[in-house]
Ligand binder design. Structure first.
Ligand code: NAD
Length: 495
């Protein structure tokens, strides 16, 4: 029997160092181009990917076990939209901002706040959306003038390499790929990039955050979730059941913002629960296998533990390993059980009924995670009010999670879901650093320079007074105090 030899640690570290160094060398000439020039090249990279879209969709399916429909809908289409958005709006978003400098006290100055690239961004990715997730970072990071080294998951190495190879033909070394597992991820952080964007489990994210903090590297974390869907008593039963079933089951539930908890108003439970059971049974035909036996083991352990503690299955059953796991809906789950508290990451949800909106919100907020949540109801004002009380980075009314595919909207969490932001102009603020450039055209000395004297104190007092009371009189007093102060400086400098 042959055994796979693992790579010596020193060689992993030297590969990581080389990758970061190569990206660093390519980054400076790339940053010297205008955003428009970079956008034009990124459009060519988009074409290089989309020309082989069918090949990419097949590869994603082979590595992740996603149905072909989802390889297209959540991966390939997402990539097309990302390039289109950033190439169109990115250059405008990167335009320098003219800062407001008080002209009376600080005359003759022009200030520009520019957004400059951070340098080399290391993007560490999970396997569940192996293209669309890293691309939410890669495309805006490149557009902003960074170089990027992608560390795909060891479960989807082929997809990551395919993506980077396709882009590399157009862009060269500003995009690189690091094959390997967690050891390579850690080595890339050790290699000293200028920014790390990590998407993955909360456990690994914490380690990455510590490693980054020790090296003073800014770090964005997009971590796990335990989303809750709240069903109000005026929800449209059929649409809500169909939407929530999709939220539980899509990608076999291996979705950071998959619905894993459903909190239902007692007044609608009689109609809603059977409808949700029907929808989950209908969805069973489209549920792929979980990505690895380890993932399946985790999901099954949550379900078994809940059943051992007295929970009931409203639909589905634990199947033999050679059959995919069907959608499973649990009820009467102990709120200390992992099925309620921890991320299951499978086609499993826990249903719980409550008597009023406040109790439904309390159930949704009973989690250390805070990625997404949804509120389903007919009265949109009331649903919005409920939505604002849920503690999460994102909340959708009458839908769930789909905005990951909308490049203009932030993907963001809190608590154990991390505080990183991907997608949207807000993400660009993480992928760039603000840089201040001030041009002073004034010829006079400054009123706050040496030597100090009584007129300076008077001037400061008038400025304070002007801030307090405002109005023309205060401005005129400031002007007069400024004149006196300048005369004081001139006199002192003659001595
Ligand atoms: P994981 O944490 O096991 O691995 C993620 C990545 O980190 C992989 O590339 C892995 O090789 C790398 N890694 C492992 N150890 C490392 C270390 N010490 N230093 C640096 N890198 C290291 O996660 P996973 O199983 O691949 O993905 C599933 C998890 O990702 C779930 O918890 C899911 O909720 C989360 N996720 C979150 C989001 C989000 O946007 N919030 C999106 C997708 C997935």
């Amino acid at each position: 029997m042959s055994t796979v030899q693992s790579e010596p640690t020193s060689s992993v570290a030297s590969r990581a160092t080389d990758l970061v160094a190569r990206a660093r060398a390519a980054q400076q000439p790339w940053a010297a181009k205008t955003p428009e020039q970079r956008a034009a090249m990124l459009r060519q990279a988009q074409q290089a990917i989309l020309a082989r879209a069918a090949e990419l969709a097949e590869l994603i399916g082979a590595e992740t076990k996603k149905p072909l429909a989802e390889s297209y809908s959540s991966e390939v289409l997402g990539v097309a939209d990302l390039f289109a958005y950033w190439c169109k709006y990115g250059p405008g978003l990167l335009r320098p901002r003219k800062g407001k400098v008080p002209s009376l006290e600080m005359p003759g100055k022009t200030a520009w706040v520019e957004r400059l690239p951070r340098g080399v961004v290391v993007c560490i990715s999970p396997w569940n959306y192996p293209i669309s997730l890293p691309m939410r970072t890669i495309v805006p990071a490149l557009l902003a003038g960074n170089a990027v080294v992608l560390k795909p998951s060891e479960i989807t190495p082929g997809t990551g390499r395919w993506l980077v190879d396709a882009m590399h033909t157009v862009l060269g070394d500003v995009i690189g790929v690091a094959d390997g597992d967690g050891e390579m991820g850690a080595a890339l952080v050790e290699a000293g990039p200028d920014q790390v964007v990590f998407t993955g489990s909360t456990r690994t994210g914490r380690k990455v955050a510590v490693a980054c903090a020790e090296r003073g590297i800014p770090c964005d974390l997009e971590l796990g979730g335990k989303d809750c869907a709240i069903v109000l008593d005026d929800a449209a039963v059929e649409r809500t059941a169909a939407g929530i079933a999709w939220g539980i089951v899509t990608n076999a539930g291996q979705n950071c913002s998959g619905i894993e908890r459903v909190a239902v108003h007692a007044a609608v439970a009689g109609k809603f629960v059977p409808a949700l059971v029907r929808e989950l049974q209908r969805a069973a035909a489209d549920v792929p296998e979980l990505v690895t036996p380890a993932q399946r083991h985790l999901v099954e352990s949550h379900v078994r533990d809940a059943l051992d503690r007295g929970a009931k299955l409203l639909t589905g059953e634990l199947t033999p390993p050679e059959q995919p796991l069907p959608p499973l809906l649990l009820t009467d789950v102990d709120r200390d059980a992992p099925a309620w508290k921890d991320e299951s990451f499978g086609p499993v949800a826990v249903l719980i009924v409550a008597n009023d909106d406040a109790a439904l919100v309390a159930l949704a907020n009973d989690s250390r995670y805070g990625l997404g949540a949804s509120v389903w109801g007919g009265d949109l004002k009331r649903a919005e009010q409920v939505a604002r009380q849920v503690r999460s980075g994102m909340v959708w009314v009458n839908n769930h999670s789909f905005t990951g595919a909308v490049p203009d909207l932030p993907w963001v969490g809190l608590g154990d879901s991390g505080t990183g932001v991907t997608n949207s102009p807000e993400a660009l603020e993480h992928l760039t650093r603000p840089h201040l450039l001030v041009i002073d055209r004034a010829s006079a000395l400054e009123a706050w320079w040496y030597p100090y004297g009584p007129a300076m104190v008077e001037l400061m007092k008038t400025v304070v007074d002007r801030q307090r009371s405002g109005g023309l009189g205060a401005t005129l007093r400031t002007l007069k105090a400024l004149k006196t102060r300048m005369a004081e400086i001139a006199r002192a400098r003659q001595n």
